[in-house]
Structures are given as C-alpha cells and as structure tokens.
Design a protein around this ligand. Structure first.
Ligand SMILES: [Zn+2]
Length: 286
C-alpha cells in the first residue's frame, strides 16, 4: 500500500530579492511511519552552509549533487499528518534566505499479536527489570550523542549474507491484555555463526552484553544515525574502531532474550526509530 505524499514547498524571499531556483525534494516522496528519507536541496550549491529542521528538530545537511541533502527519520510512532520543515541558508549574493514546507507522514499498519502467557514468563524479577531499564537508558544516552561528521557513504547494505527477509518491524505484542512497546527492529533468521556485516561505514560506538539484546554492537554512522546488531554469538570488532560498509563485525547467535538464532537489526536516526529496511531502500548516491 503506497500513498503519495504531499510536498509543499514555499520559498520565503525578501521584498527586493529575486527568487532563486532553489528546489527542495523529499525522496522517496511517500513517507510513512518508520521511514527514512532524503531531503535534497538543489540550486543552492553556492550556499556556504545549510541549516534546517523537521518538526523543530535540527537536520544535518551535507554537500550533495549541486546542493545539499539531509536524512530525515520518521519515528515508527510518529503522528500521521503534516510535519513542518524549515531551511535557512545564505545565497550566492550573501543574502539570508529561508524556505519552509511540510511533508505528509502516512500511517502504516503494523501487525498486532495478542498472547496469553503465564505470569512467570512475562514478569521480570526486580533485578532484571532494573538492569533492563538501565541498559535502555544507556542506549538513549548514546543516541543523543551525535557527531557532526558524516561517516556513512552511499547506499546501505544487508547485514547478513542470506536471502532471509527482514521481518517484524513495528509489530506490537499485547501480552495478557497489556500492550508492550513496538518491535523497533527487523529480524533476520539465519543459522548461528552466519557472518554479520556493517550495513554502512561507521564507528563502533558500543560492544556490550544486554539483558534483552544479548551481545550487541552499535555503529555510529555520524550525524545522529546508528545501527544496532543484537543477539550476536560473537563480536569481532572493538569499541572505537572505524568499520567499512560490508566488513564483518560478528556472527549471528541467540544471546539475550531470543527464541532462536537470528539477527535483530535496528536503526535510529536522532531519536526516531526507523525501519532498517527503509535504510536499505534509501535512494542515495555514493
Ligand atoms: Zn527482534
């Protein structure tokens, strides 16, 4: 199901400035909950820098084609409807320029699973719960620390070399009548030991063993983009290392809370939980 998104761009110019041929495009044009898209500004190559925001949160622009581009991430629970963006830059004549518009976020239907399970299988012990909460907070802190340097380049690649489908992003579980937080990653089923590769160039920001995620690696791709690889059997990189797209970082396993060997792969862009599959489809040039 794909619905066309509406991109309304309005250039705001001063009374005595001539409207320059600045064009703003969002790719893909239909943006759904959990999507990641590219906002491309062309005709602004002479601008020394570009500032912008989406729903009041800053966007990181980098030089792209004959202008600038930035990644925009739509959280999987973002409110559907119009979301405003703004741009500010200095044109070739040194005059300050502004542009503003909206993108329309379309609702997406996520599967809902209702389960009845014995209490003992669902409730964590107070110690486990404390641990899981502290680990979740540690990840949130990491996602908020963001470098201005873009480390990723070009298209993103699948983290496992198999044709397993990425499944379950955004699915919701209602256990014993209580809704759980949505599944914020995609699962690839693969045999234990299958190599896991970096989906894009980045720095190894975290190598830890978590209660839910098991042995996990977080890669910082710069400008607020992170990818996470969970339940690993082993990890073959160290914190701080710079890894290239496609280089091996570990192997599929079932550490942490996992029913069997699989890779839980998640992506986060400046606090927005995005569908890693959308990252693979991002139409970005090298
Ligand atoms: Zn998962």
């Amino acid at each position: 199901m794909s619905v066309v998104a509406v991109l309304a761009a309005a250039l705001v110019v001063g009374p005595d400035t001539v409207a320059a041929a600045v064009k703003v495009t969002v790719m893909p044009s239909a943006v759904r909950q959990g999507d990641v898209a590219l906002i491309v500004v062309t005709g602004a190559a002479s601008a020394p820098e570009m500032d912008g925001s989406l729903a009041g949160r800053p966007l990181f622009f980098f030089p792209y084609a004959d202008g600038y581009a930035a990644l925009i991430g739509i959280d999987l629970e973002a409110r559907p409807g119009k979301t405003p963006w703004r741009l500010g830059f200095v044109d070739g004549t040194g005059a300050p320029r502004k542009a503003a518009g909206t993108i329309r976020v379309m609702a997406r239907k996520f599967p809902v699973q209702r389960l009845s399970l014995p209490k003992s299988m669902v409730d964590l012990s107070p110690d486990d719960e404390r641990r899981a909460n502290a680990e979740a907070a540690r990840l949130r802190t990491l996602f908020d620390m963001t470098g201005p340097e873009r480390l990723w380049r070009g298209r993103f690649t699948r983290p496992v070399a198999s044709d397993a489908k990425a499944e379950g992003f955004g699915s919701r579980r209602i256990i014993n009548g209580r809704p759980r937080s949505p599944h914020s990653g995609a699962d690839f089923s693969a045999p234990a030991g299958t190599p896991v590769v970096a989906s894009g160039r980045g720095r190894v920001a975290l190598v830890v063993e978590f209660f839910f995620g098991g042995r996990l690696v977080a890669l910082d791709h710069g400008e607020g983009l992170y990818t996470l690889y969970m339940h690993l059997e082993r990890v073959e990189v160290a914190e701080g290392a710079l890894v290239e797209r496609g280089s091996i970082i570990g192997a599929v396993g079932s550490t942490g809370r996992a029913t069997g060997p699989h890779l839980h792969w998640a992506a986060q862009l400046r606090r927005a939980r995005i569908d890693p599959d959308a990252l693979l489809k991002l139409p970005v040039r090298d």
